[in-house]
Design a protein around this ligand. Structure first.
Ligand code: PEP
Ligand code: MG
Length: 576
């Protein structure tokens, strides 16, 4: 038995066998397609074959000149796989019949070929398995876009162990086949971790030695609340964790009793408890957990795991669905927040242009008004179907906010001209996640309808700590005095200007910070749906006055650690 320590990324305890995911594996999402999408999927498949062919011929040419013709001929077998009519026809036939995306069908057919070949006692054919595998991965890479990876079709439920997982990998996971996951690298507010919370998959990231210490098939206990992974536990440890998992379920039941009640303090101060979502199909989970609105709908995931850009109609249908389902509760749609740790293959932008401080989010949208306006039009069109608001990510100053609002006005004008109705009073807010915005909220308040504090980025930018780098994760402190002062500043400026301020960064859903934020006057807390009941429970257990005193004391402390310890003690008292 060994115990590995990492960063607690998504809570819960799961126990299951390890499945190691190599760098070159791909998660292939099972995406159903419409009848009219079939030709496009066939075209994408054929293009992927052509691109792979080009790639292999280029490789062959290079190897030929560097190592000799004999070595280069190895790739002839790869090319033959690409020309295998039986394989190609089977993919196309199944795609038409089953109406599932090309990547998924192709990976299924490939797996069948490999299974058949591996059963035949023939050395030559056995060697061909490696070729099929290699070519198959290349084709899949083209089909999925460069950044997606996959685990193919898992036949049993496993704990995934990988060096790293991208948000699009996580997006393709399902609770039904993934118990939990463990990665060597990554931080608490990486989008991979955030997605794991939404999917209710316990996760420990930044374990460093996970892939070197864990073997495929090892039994793992993943404690996503404490950031611990136990490899091949002894009987006693297994029993302890089973008991702990039962205890957690018991505590959760206590929270569930209040989940549908309002978040009101004992002295009647009401705050809004909203949910963060990445996909429309999370709406049932929001309702189930008592979310009274959606404070952050991260739309960039809509663009992931696909080869083409979503059309205005697709955006519209998704937003309309969420608006209708949540009506009359509000839904805040955040416009495309590309970059940082979220890359999209469609745009073919070199990654080094879109690091956290780069050409991303609203900066990218303002430079590509075609893409931006299309999304804004869809949000506007959907606004008549419910209570929609929109907000812009990564606003750093008034000019950006103005430019975004100008494009919004253009979109409105276009719709008016075509006599398409929309909510004329739709609110447009700004995310406050860049220190320059946090320091100038009084100015931004003149032209924003509301604010939403994005602490995930605000913390990384103000403390200069990369949110996805486990080496500096110890410095990533939501309760750092600098962060608390910024938050206080933002809330005060918003209230002086008479606008509401919410928070949609992970800090809003951290039970230990709930009282400080309540005391500082935050109007709305938006978080992964699963933590809503607990947050409601905490808020309902105190008075606003107590929370204000608590916040005052917290603001007088000198380090993030002190604030954290102070908060933990108070929280334990409440949850007793
Ligand atoms: C944030 O930065 O806090 C936020 C909510 O946005 P994201 O995590 O998507 O960057
Ligand atoms: Mg952000």
């Amino acid at each position: 038995m060994i115990e590995l320590k990492g960063i607690a990324a998504a809570p819960g305890i799961s126990i299951g066998p390890a499945h190691k995911m190599g760098k070159e594996e791909y998660i292939v999402p099972k995406k159903e397609i419409l009848e009219e999408e079939i030709p496009l999927q066939i075209q994408l498949f054929e293009e992927a074959l052509i691109k792979t062919r080009k790639e292999i011929i280029e490789l062959q040419r290079r190897i030929g000149s560097e190592m000799g013709q004999e070595e280069a001929q190895i790739f002839d077998a790869h090319l033959l796989v690409l020309e295998d009519r039986m394989l190609i026809e089977e993919v196309i036939a199944r795609l038409k019949k089953e109406k599932i995306c090309a990547a998924y069908i192709f990976s299924g057919v490939l797996k069948k070929y490999i299974d058949v070949f591996s059963k035949i006692e023939d050395e030559y054919l056995k060697e061909r398995i490696a070729d099929i595998n290699d070519v198959g991965k290349r084709v899949l890479r083209h089909l999925l876009g460069a950044e997606a990876r996959g685990i193919g079709s898992l036949t049993e439920r496993v704990v995934l162990v990988a060096h790293d997982l991208s948000p699009s990998d996580t997006a393709a996971m399902h609770k039904e086949n993934v118990f939990a996951f463990v990665t060597d690298i990554g931080g608490k507010t990486s989008h991979t971790a955030i997605m794991a919370k939404s999917l209710e998959i316990p996760a420990v990231v930044g374990v460093e030695e996970a892939t070197s210490k864990i073997k495929a098939g090892d039994l793992l206990i993943v404690d996503g609340s404490m950031g611990v992974v136990i490899v091949n536990p002894d009987e006693e440890t297994l029993v302890t964790y089973h008991q702990e998992s039962e205890r957690l379920k018991g505590v959760a039941e206590k929270f569930l009793l209040v989940k549908d009640l309002d978040a009101v303090t004992l002295d009647h101060k009401r705050v809004e408890i909203f949910a963060n979502i990445e996909f429309p199909d999370e709406v049932p989970s929001v309702k189930l957990h008592g979310g009274q609105g959606i404070g952050l709908y991260r739309t960039e995931f809509f663009y992931m795991n696909r080869k083409d850009l979503p059309t205005e109609e697709e955006h519209f249908q998704a937003y309309k669905f969420v608006a209708e389902e949540m009506n009359p509760h509000p839904v805040v749609i955040r416009t495309l927040d590309l970059g940082g740790d979220k890359f999209l293959s469609q745009f073919e932008i070199p990654r080094d242009m879109q690091p956290f401080l780069g050409w991303r989010a609203i900066r990218f949208c303002l430079a590509r008004p075609d893409i931006f306006k299309l999304q804004l039009r869809a949000i506007l069109r959907a606004s008549v179907h419910g209570n929609l608001k929109l907000m812009y990510p990564m606003i750093s100053g008034l000019e950006e906010l103005r430019q975004a609002n100008t494009i919004l006005e253009e979109a409105k004008e276009e719709l008016r001209r075509s006599q398409v109705t929309f909510d004329e009073n739709i609110q447009a807010g700004a995310m406050i996640e860049v220190p320059s915005a946090a320091m100038t909220t009084d100015i931004l308040a003149q032209e924003a309808d509301f604010f939403s504090i994005g602490t995930n980025d605000l913390i990384q930018y103000s403390l200069a700590v990369d949110r996805v780098n486990e080496k500096v994760a110890y410095l990533y402190e939501p309760a750092h005095p600098a962060v608390l002062r910024l938050i206080k500043n933002i809330i005060e400026a918003a209230h002086s200007a008479n606008i509401k301020v919410g928070m949609c960064g992970e800090m809003a859903g951290e039970p230990s910070f709930a009282l400080i934020l309540l005391g500082l006057g935050l109007d709305e807390f938006s978080m992964p749906p699963q933590v809503i009941p607990e947050l409601k429970y905490i808020i309902r257990a105190v008075t606003l006055k107590q929370a204000q005193e608590f916040a005052l004391t917290a603001l007088r402390l000198s380090t993030g650690k002190e604030v954290e310890e102070f908060s933990q003690v108070k929280l334990r008292e409440i949850l007793k």
